[in-house]
Design a binder for this molecule. Structure first.
Ligand code: GDP
Ligand code: MG
Length: 597
């Protein structure tokens, strides 16, 4: 295909504004997929993505479109993960295309993720086509939303296309606008091969399938290629495009988007953003902006039933095959036995992996408190990265501790602004900006990541009745008065409940955790002290009194079956507990104890 007849684009949108439905409609309207093979959310392949409405891997589809001028155009859509945890991946996908459809739900308006994603598109020099979706709904307000796009994003929205991805209205106009308004890609067919590794996924039959965008040169089957960042070389087995089913082609030239397979064993061997070139005739320089992906949130995953450790290892290894940004190493906890310390790009990433282990591999897990990575500066001048609060070095050896900070952007209707400011203030936030767009406020806060990873988003949703939207990026590290707080149950430290806290907030957090645990741990035959301590000094204490009555005592009249049932129920409840010294602690305590409310 000549460059002039190629258009490459992505779709940026806030979650639920209709990105997947619009993609389905574009595919359907161009007969890319036979009617009988059409299903909803065609590009979101994994079940869990479909359920949560999130896309983790970039997906792509090549659409053939006959334009108003009667000519055939090739439209390549890259659908990118829409969540903050994957912003680097999004930025690479954006670099692989020349323009974006900016989809805004015309009943809702611009949201925090619309902004975050559109800034990425603007940074990648995209031409933008505003699309106002859901015009079939009575609450649709085109003028207001177009005005808001101009006001908040600062682009011309006079040519915005009114669309209903549901009924198909405006789809044809959208396809034509892609041809008319987005620039064709540029590139030199005779130059040495320069291609971007946009994403990769593991296929059980083909091995690793790599999504590529060719910048210069031509890629053919049998070519010897080199990945410039990792230095690895491979022979290309297969070249193709996604329609969206994999379809083999002879070659990929400049401006084209497709896939290659090259006997690559694991996704870990590929790096998003790497530059692919020919081994013999290399391009002069790799593409700019490459970053290795680094996990920012860590937690321990332990099997509830310790005999499932090997199954857990197997599950984690399989998941890691397809996810280069998920890291793990074995961990041995005094209280929880053998498990894994795992690193994730963010909380959502953590939840997705945890859910998949529980659901697809049927292993019940204890998840320890998520922790960010602290930089611990020692008195001898060295620095240690702390991934697990349980490993915090002795305080006498520590000079100071730095924690990661974020820039959080929150969009919220006026009515809830006060609650949002209070929440951010409570989490050690520093307000950086407050502006209004219509009846909505946009607040920007500098916050410690540590205060956000656990339940910030849940709290934000609950104080704003679901009306706020939130987005963040990590900005750097800053020193603060941070200490390790330990929880002692029956005088024994439970390392899985250790956490780093700000000194000023330690008493409050400690008291809250002791109270929570008191409510979560069942009574035993003896009295159990529950304490929070910093460096051996107890800062909060609760006592769980001993059980007085036999649980079956109230089953008077000797109803044997009822008594049996009750005991069985108690036994089943026990299964989800782990023993710490002489005390049984239920699985959910590890997460619940850390929630603040
Ligand atoms: P995404 O999260 O941006 O991918 O959004 P989806 O495409 O999954 O759409 C979110 C919800 O909005 C789904 O329930 C869709 O059926 C619905 N939806 C999408 N487009 C339209 C539309 O044009 N009109 C109406 N009424 N509903 C729509
Ligand atoms: Mg979607």
């Amino acid at each position: 295909t000549p460059l002039s007849h190629i258009r490459n684009f992505s779709i940026v949108a806030h979650i639920d504004h209709g990105k997947s439905t619009l993609a389905d409609r574009l595919i359907q309207m161009t007969d890319t997929v036979a009617e009988r093979d059409m299903k909803d959310q065609l590009l979101d392949s994994m079940d869990i993505e479909r359920e949560r409405g999130i896309t983790i891997k970039a997906n792509t589809v090549r659409i053939d479109y006959t334009a108003d001028d009667g000519q055939q155009y090739v439209l390549n859509l890259i659908d990118t993960p829409g969540h903050v945890d994957f912003s680097y991946e999004v930025s690479r996908s954006m670099r692989a295309v020349e323009g974006s459809l900016l989809v805004v739900d015309s009943t809702q308006g611009v949201e925090a993720q619309t902004l975050a994603n559109v800034y990425q598109a603007i940074e990648a020099d995209h031409e933008l086509i505003p699309v106002l979706n859901k015009i079939d709904l009575p609450a649709s307000d085109l003028d207001r939303v177009a005005e808001q796009i101009e006001e908040v994003i600062g682009i011309d929205a006079s040519g915005a296309i009114p669309v209903s991805a549901k009924t198909g209205q405006g789809i044809r106009e959208t396809l034509q606008a892609i041809v008319d308004h987005l620039p064709a890609p540029t590139g030199d067919r005779d130059a040495p091969l320069k291609a971007m590794l946009v994403d990769s996924k593991y296929d059980p039959y083909l091995g690793v399938v790599v999504l590529v965008r060719i910048m210069d040169g031509v890629l053919k089957k049998g070519d010897k290629i080199r990945m410039m960042q990792t230095g690895a070389t491979y022979g290309v087995d297969r070249i193709g495009v996604f329609r969206p089913a994999m379809t083999v082609v002879d070659e990929l030239g400049p401006g084209e988007i497709g896939f290659i397979t090259a006997s690559i064993k694991q996704v870990r061997d590929t790096r998003v953003g790497d530059t692919i070139t020919h081994e013999k005739k290399q391009c002069a320089e790799p593409l700019p902006g490459f970053k290795p992906s680094i996990p920012v949130v860590f937690c321990g995953l332990f099997p509830v039933d310790s005999s499932e450790f090997e199954s857990l290892r197997d599950a984690i290894e399989k998941l890691a095959l397809n996810d280069a940004s998920f890291s793990f190493e074995m961990e041995n906890s005094a209280a929880l036995g053998f498990g894994f310390r795992c690193g994730f790009l963010g909380l959502l990433h953590l939840e997705v992996i945890r859910d998949r282990i529980e659901r697809e591999y049927d292993i019940e897990l204890i998840t320890t408190a998520p922790s960010v990575v602290y930089h611990v500066y020692m008195k001898d001048g060295s620095m240690e990265e702390l991934h697990n609060p349980a490993d915090m070095p002795d305080l006498t050896l520590v000079d100071h501790v730095e924690e990661p900070r974020i820039k959080a952007t929150i969009l919220v209707p006026d009515d809830f602004l006060g609650d949002v400011l209070k929440l951010c203030q409570d989490r050690r936030g520093i307000q950086e900006d407050l502006t209004y767009a219509g009846s909505r406020a946009m607040v920007v806060y500098d916050l410690p990541l540590n205060e956000v990873v656990f339940d910030f988003y849940d709290r934000l949703k609950s104080v704003t009745k679901g009306y706020a939207s939130f987005d963040y990026e990590i900005t750097g590290y800053r020193q603060d008065n941070l200490v390790k707080m330990q929880l002692l149950v029956n005088d024994e430290p439970v390392d899985a409940l250790s956490m780093m806290v700000h000194r000023d907030r330690a008493e409050m957090r400690g008291r809250a955790m002791c109270e929570k645990l008191k409510g979560l741990i069942p009574r035993h035959m003896f009295k159990i002290p529950i304490q929070a301590a910093i460096g051996g000094k107890v800062i909060a204490r609760e006592t769980l009194s001993a059980m007085r009555k036999d649980v079956t005592a109230k089953c008077y009249g000797g109803d044997a079956t009822r008594k049996k049932k009750l005991l069985e129920k108690q036994k089943a409840g026990k299964k989800k507990m782990r023993q710490f010294g002489k005390v049984d602690i239920p699985q959910e305590a590890f997460i619940s104890a850390l929630k603040m409310d």
